[in-house]
Design a protein around this ligand. Structure first.
Ligand code: ADP
Length: 239
């Protein structure tokens, strides 16, 4: 069953067309990796999906409903943004951050369970700014999970994080998808990681270069090469 539908999504900024007629569907239980070079429109796509950008053409549906009609669907979504940066002494603890994810009064057991699942239980009274990048990232996943989302959306979440934390992060994502049946939409630069984790791939570069089963993409050397060359050119163009 389709849980997200993107139909003919086009976004113009004053100087650039960031997305051009992008359409794809995400089914319940999918683990979708969105790959694309810098400037490919990944953040723009997420902004539209989260109603942070409403100046788009096309139709976006979550749970079968046009998101322009109601923002109720946001209750079913957990969003993990690109890594925020905190001052070392920013006076907010891990516990505080995770509680912000709850809409009603705090549910301590729920928080405990999630902190344990994400290996940050021991850190719960520490200040967020004292933690490593990987630990902070897990805190923000915890925050996104406390209201039991059906869909988790993650924007380029491993930038600047050490390899060990990245591996832990990937194993957590895999578990959330396979055991808790959370649908995952995840943007990444890391083709190898997408190959290992995702069951569907969307290659974005303003237009959708490919969308389909991960296996179909990665087993087609020509397609991967073509895509890598196209995105490398785009990368050079931007630098
Ligand atoms: P990605 O997340 O894949 O790096 P973005 O969605 O951030 O891509 O950017 C896509 C294109 O749109 C880029 O050319 C970028 O410079 C441009 N862009 C992004 N946000 C804005 C904005 N708020 N105003 C104008 N141009 C933007």
């Amino acid at each position: 069953m389709s849980i997200v539908e993107i139909n003919n999504l086009t976004v113009h900024y004053p100087d650039v067309k960031a997305l051009d007629d992008v359409s794809f569907v995400v089914n319940e239980g999918d683990f979708l990796g969105i790959i694309g070079p810098n400037g490919a429109g990944k953040s723009t796509l997420f902004d539209c999906m989260l109603r942070l950008n409403t100046k788009y053409k096309g139709i976006i549906k979550f749970f079968g409903k046009d998101i322009r009609d109601s923002k109720n669907y946001l209750k079913g979504i957990g969003y993990v943004p690109q890594k925020p940066i905190f001052e070392k002494n920013f006076p907010v603890t891990v516990n505080d951050v995770v509680q912000m994810g709850l809409r009603n009064e705090s549910d301590k057991e729920k928080i405990d369970e999630i902190l344990q699942q994400l290996w940050i239980h021991e850190l719960r009274n520490r200040r967020i700014g004292e933690l490593s990048g990987g630990q902070q990232q897990r805190v923000f996943i915890a925050k996104a999970l406390v209201h039991d989302p059906k869909i988790l959306i993650l924007d380029e979440p491993v930038a600047g994080i050490d390899q060990q934390s990245i591996e832990l992060f990937y194993s957590i994502l895999r578990e959330l998808n396979s055991k808790q049946k959370i649908t995952i939409i995840w943007s990444s630069h890391d083709l190898d990681a997408v190959n290992k984790l995702a069951n569907h791939v969307a290659c974005l570069n303003r237009t959708l270069f490919f969308h389909g089963e991960s296996e179909k993409f990665f087993s087609d050397d020509k397609l991967v090469k073509q895509y890598s060359e196209a995105s490398m050119q785009e990368h050079m163009h931007h630098h």
